[in-house]
Write a protein that binds this ligand. Sequence first.
Ligand SMILES: Cc1cc2nc3c(=O)[nH]c(=O)nc-3n(C[C@H](O)[C@H](O)[C@H](O)COP(=O)(O)OP(=O)(O)OC[C@H]3O[C@@H](n4cnc5c(N)ncnc54)[C@H](O)[C@@H]3O)c2cc1C
Length: 270
Amino acid sequence: MSDKSKYNSVITQLIQVSPTMKIIRVKPDQWELPPFKAGQFVVLGLMGDEPRIPDADPEHKPADPDKLIRRAYSIASSSKDDYVEFYISLVKSGQLTPRLFNLNVGDRLFMSQKPTGMFTLDSVPEDQNLILFATGTGIAPYMSMLRSDALHRQGKIAVVHGANNSWDLGYMSELRLLERFFPGKLVYYPTVTQPDKEPAGWEGDTRFFEDIWKDPAFKDKIGFDPKPDNTHIFLCGNPNMIVSMKEILKADGFKEHTKREPGQIHAEEF
Ligand SMILES: Cc1cc2nc3c(=O)[nH]c(=O)nc-3n(C[C@H](O)[C@H](O)[C@H](O)COP(=O)(O)OP(=O)(O)OC[C@H]3O[C@@H](n4cnc5c(N)ncnc54)[C@H](O)[C@@H]3O)c2cc1C
């Protein structure tokens, strides 16, 4: 019998966004998650002997049935919510996600008790504009920022969300609604990179971030001209996107932000 005594939280809601994407809400059981900064992450875990979804692929590395499988997940909710929300993509050959996707409301799991991470707005001055680039579930930390106090900052915000298919653009309706509530402050810019697969067509952009960034029409669309002295850029999700966007941004004078040397490029690889 595996040891499930480390399970300290309960699933309270599951929203199937697409066949491979889920929004999962979790509540700590008899403890409180300390206040966290929007953009931070926690670790979720399940024992290796938990069942995987029936249509999972064989595991690329079989999980140890007696050990807790632990993975980092960005928090998508705000510190004010009484649940912790995650936006999770299924990796069919993975260890944790096929087990997470098999859980139902009421099931228990492990959640680390101390949110961590530097992918926050802490180092961004109030008056700076923000461009938040996300692929897939990389939108999660931005949802936490927008649901916290990012929209009350002075600068403007553009959220550029890319996915292969429109049905993988989670949070689209909330982002469209926020855009309507905050005209001139927030622009939502979705892009779908496999438009030929759209059953009902796709009217929006179909380009990769690199081409969108280089297009002069982008600054008209977002309502400001992003320069290193007025804008901070956040990149979250696919590691290849992050590498190539960093290169392009650096050529345009932006500098990577580190603890030691402040800059305008902030990145979180999933
Ligand atoms: C700071 C941080 C925050 C994160 N936040 C999120 C989040 O909010 N939502 C989320 O879905 N994930 C997030 N991740 C990724 C997450 O931690 C896991 O890596 C992911 O869920 C896969 O776990 P797994 O155990 O199912 O797969 P693993 O057993 O770890 O196997 C992953 C393997 O599958 C391959 N792979 C193929 N497609 C993917 C893919 N889309 N993602 C990861 N690996 C892939 C990789 O090459 C890797 O070798 C985050 C990662 C970090 C470091």
